[in-house]
Design a protein around this ligand. Structure first.
Ligand SMILES: NC(=O)c1ccc[n+]([C@@H]2O[C@H](COP(=O)([O-])OP(=O)(O)OC[C@H]3O[C@@H](n4cnc5c(N)ncnc54)[C@H](OP(=O)(O)O)[C@@H]3O)[C@@H](O)[C@H]2O)c1
Length: 212
């Protein structure tokens, strides 16, 4: 398939992305925020799970850029209430993927609803909307699905070892309790940038042997 999938996460010293799935993780530093926006600039579409959209109150926009990337959100049932920030901010077209229902009550002008599975949705973005680079900003449950389908090409990590989130309910980049991978996913380090004062490392890994 002629598209690439990347993801960006900040992880704590204990490998967590947040202290609780409902709680906003925020940016770990100003550099982390700057990098998040830079990575968005290279994307044709940004994709997040509904949990992250809500917890982090996201608009999924890129400052001072035209065109804006498509804004994609994944949900099982499509339980959006319309108050989410994304529906009240100017940005790229919004595409909502609903995986476990064949209809839902949510309707908004200029929002496209898709009833499909994740792989078919990504194919549709590529085929019908010219998307060549999809960038995932979380959360763990969504990345876990991308990893299960072995779709992730590039993983950007902010290694924020100045913080510990702790707790069994604190999610990791591969979700909470979805069992083991059929086989481990291996990546190679292609870039490492140190952010001195803020005590973080910015890492980029490339998938060694992606199935696609
Ligand atoms: N440190 C970081 O870089 C970073 C990045 C992102 C998020 N976070 C944090 O992570 C936490 C959220 O984590 P999370 O694992 O709950 O996030 P998530 O994947 O964004 O949200 C889970 C919800 O998204 C939908 N979803 C995700 N994957 C799906 C799939 N494959 N198919 C269908 N629906 C899917 C479901 O919504 P429905 O309930 O509607 O079915 C699910 O309940 C928050 O605290 C957030 O701040 C941190």
């Amino acid at each position: 398939m002629a598209f690439t999938v990347s993801a960006n996460f900040a992880i704590s010293a204990d490998g967590k992305i947040s202290s609780d799935p409902q709680r906003p993780s925020g940016w770990t530093s100003s550099q982390d925020h700057k990098r998040l926006l830079e990575l968005r600039r290279n994307a044709d579409a940004i994709i997040v799970g509904r949990g992250t959209l809500c917890a982090d109150n996201m608009s999924l926009t890129v400052p001072d850029q035209t065109p804006q990337p498509l804004r994609c959100v994944v949900s099982r049932k499509g339980n959006f209430n319309g108050n989410e920030k994304i529906f009240h901010s100017h940005g790229g077209d919004i595409h909502l993927l609903v995986t476990n229902a064949i209809s839902c009550d949510f309707e908004r002008d200029s929002v496209t609803l898709h009833f499909a599975n994740l792989t078919d949705f990504i194919e549709t973005l590529h085929r019908d909307h010219g998307v060549k680079h999809i960038h995932c900003e979380g959360g763990g449950m969504l990345l876990r699905a991308l990893l299960d389908y072995d779709l992730l090409d590039t993983l950007h990590l902010t290694w924020a070892a100045h913080t510990l989130f702790g707790g069994t309910n604190a999610p990791t980049i591969s979700g909470l309790d979805d069992g083991i991978f059929f086989s481990s996913r291996h990546f190679s380090l292609v870039e490492m940038i140190e952010s001195g004062a803020e005590g973080e490392l910015f890492l980029t890994y490339q998938r060694n042997d992606a199935a696609k």
